[in-house]
Write a protein that binds this ligand. Structure first.
Ligand SMILES: NC(=O)c1ccc[n+]([C@@H]2O[C@H](COP(=O)([O-])OP(=O)(O)OC[C@H]3O[C@@H](n4cnc5c(N)ncnc54)[C@H](OP(=O)(O)O)[C@@H]3O)[C@@H](O)[C@H]2O)c1
Length: 331
């Protein structure tokens, strides 16, 4: 009888998990993916992956999924159930005698951190550290895929990014680089007890991101700074629940206040060449990378009308900016 693989991946349909799964598969390293979604289960099986059903909300399924596993990668949708779900997984991993747990947390997490999401990660990190298992905590800053693709519709329809980031910078990271760290930890010794804070290679303002997108797309993309209230509406339209929405607002507040501009050398120290934003944008446009946020946007008439109104408003702001630029050029 075939032995069960010793590596379990959660979130294998998500941002980091799908890249880790593809890389392990490419290298011929046996692993099993856990999913709570029947459609994902069928998709993973079609891709030739070994799949086990498991739901963070049903602890019995976790223990079964984790039996005979040595290393597990833990990641979950960042909503209000994050702590309950991930601590249930940690407890089940402990009962199943998993040797090494790899947790995807977030940069600046802590029990007294600024957003509910970061405080939740702080609590989960504590549970991981106190579990008695070997652990590695991966703490990435915002993903290029998430923080760009959630406004991609606006880029397409209004040639603009409209976010409440002021003129502050952030060193967004490509999910492929976060996944590369996950693959290293899952396949190499020497990472137990380590906490890896990760950023991308360059802190970019939204003005600079818009310039890079203009270069990649071959047409001018504008950055239109928005207000917190407008951001909140955008999150609603995208179907983002309250907890991650509050988190994104806090991240943009830190960005506006120039408090999240650090560039860390962790990826290079681990032998990973960080992906520049321009490369991410080119790869997205050519279909080489994907991802985004893990919440499906509601598709109702109200939301469609609201979305169309938002695009109209941003287009008006873009036209105002163009007129101002033309006046300044003529002056
Ligand atoms: N996105 C960012 O910019 C960013 C930046 C830094 C840190 N983070 C952190 O990274 C983590 C992941 O966020 P993400 O947005 O990138 O999400 P994601 O990894 O794209 O998706 C989360 C995964 O959770 C799984 N899941 C959800 N509910 C489940 C359940 N009840 N049982 C089993 N699996 C379940 C889903 O898998 P199935 O549907 O296949 O079961 C899904 O693939 C979060 O902790 C977040 O705070 C995110």
């Amino acid at each position: 009888m075939k032995n069960k693989p010793k590596i379990l991946l959660t979130g294998a349909g998500g941002n980091t998990g799908q890249v880790i799964a593809a890389e392990l598969q490419k290298r011929g390293i046996p692993f099993v993916v856990m999913t709570h979604s029947e459609s994902n289960k069928a998709r993973f099986q079609k891709q030739g992956m070994e799949v086990v059903s498991g739901d963070f909300d049903i602890p019995e399924t976790l223990e079964l999924a984790l039996s005979d596993i040595e290393k597990a990668y833990l990641v979950c949708t960042p909503d209000e159930k994050l702590v309950a779900r991930e601590t249930a997984f940690i407890a089940a991993a402990k009962r199943a005698r998993v040797r090494h747990l790899i947790m995807c947390s977030a940069y600046l997490s802590g029990e007294n951190a600024e957003s509910e999401n970061l405080r939740s990660h702080g609590l989960i990190e504590k549970a991981v550290r106190e579990s008695g298992m070997d652990y590695t905590i991966i703490r990435p800053v915002g993903f290029m895929q998430t923080f760009t693709l959630f406004v991609w519709d606006m880029v397409q329809k209004a040639n603009a990014i409209s976010l409440a980031a002021g003129d502050g910078g952030m060193a967004l990271i490509d999910v492929r680089d976060v996944a590369a760290v996950g693959v290293k930890v899952l396949t190499e010794p020497g990472h137990a007890g380590k906490v890896y804070d990760l950023t991308g290679p360059e802190s970019l303002t939204m003005y600079r991101q818009a310039e890079i997108l203009s270069k990649v797309l071959g047409r001018k993309i504008y950055y239109i700074p928005s207000t917190e209230a407008q951001m909140e509406q955008v999150m609603k339209v995208l179907g983002v629940p309250e907890t991650p929405s509050e988190h994104v607002q806090k991240v943009f507040k830190m960005q506006r206040e120039h408090r999240i501009e650090m560039v860390l050398p962790t990826l290079q120290e681990l032998g990973i060449q960080p992906t520049p934003y321009e490369q991410f944008a080119r790869d997205y446009v050519s279909g080489i990378t994907q991802g985004g946020n893990s919440f499906p946007a509601p598709d109702t008439l109200f939301i469609r009308l609201f979305n169309a109104f938002g695009v109209f408003m941003v287009r008006m702001q873009v036209n105002q900016t163009k007129r101002r630029e033309a006046r300044n050029a003529g002056a």
